[in-house]
Design a binder for this molecule. Structure first.
Ligand SMILES: Cc1cc2nc3c(=O)[nH]c(=O)nc-3n(C[C@H](O)[C@H](O)[C@H](O)COP(=O)(O)OP(=O)(O)OC[C@H]3O[C@@H](n4cnc5c(N)ncnc54)[C@H](O)[C@@H]3O)c2cc1C
Length: 169
């Protein structure tokens, strides 16, 4: 899975999107079998949606908190971003600037502010996974068009810009 906004580079992302509707040959029990992208389903627990950010006195970050984005499968930037936020709060607790309870509440509130974005992505993922297989070619064709692709890429990158490695929380 290739997150839309990470650093594989545009060529890799284009290749992935461009091959959404391709055929592939795979070897299975000494026989070659032709497979069509995305037409054979496989269950996964990859995208759980954003969960709670704390559990008792424990801070949850990354996949443990369901921070992998449902729509794109991108989980590295959010894990690093929220990890930095969490780390800063932990440092303030250790330095007795705030109590553990205050730190937990602050982290929960910060993560909750981002819930709408995660929910939107999860809903979009829900719609995409319910598209009838015979429409997949058309959807992939539409997405890989220069204008649509650029719009989607810019939109997604804009919405997740603060997760870049330069964030100064
Ligand atoms: C196949 C695949 C492809 C992906 N592709 C992308 C991609 O292209 N771009 C992207 O942004 N994201 C991608 N992701 C998602 C991304 O990998 C995760 O969202 C991200 O790694 C989450 O980081 P994390 O630190 O929360 O968890 P992890 O990276 O899973 O780190 C958790 C660590 O804790 C360790 N651990 C677990 N239990 C214990 C224990 N009891 N004691 C000690 N250690 C323990 C694990 O071994 C692991 O090393 C992909 C995920 C998968 C599965």
């Amino acid at each position: 899975m290739l997150g839309f906004g990470e650093e594989h580079g545009e060529a890799a992302v284009r290749w992935t999107v461009g091959n959404l509707a391709s055929d592939f040959w795979i070897q299975e029990d000494d026989e070659l079998r032709r497979m069509r992208s995305f037409l054979e389903s496989k269950e996964t627990i990859f995208f759980s949606g954003l969960r709670r950010a704390t559990m008792g006195p424990i801070f949850l970050v990354g996949d443990a908190a369901g921070m992998c984005i449902g729509l794109t499968g991108e989980g590295i930037r959010p894990a690093l971003f929220f990890g930095e936020v969490c780390g800063n709060i932990l440092r303030r607790i250790i330095e007795n600037e705030i109590s553990l309870e205050q730190g937990l509440a602050e982290y929960r509130a910060f993560v909750e502010m981002k819930r709408f974005f995660f929910d939107i992505c999860k809903s979009a993922q829900g719609i995409l996974t319910r598209i009838p297989p015979k429409w997949i070619d058309g959807v992939a064709y539409a997405i890989q068009k220069e204008r649509v692709w650029n719009w989607l890429h810019d939109k997604y990158w804009g919405l997740t810009q603060e997760w870049g490695i330069d964030s100064q929380f």
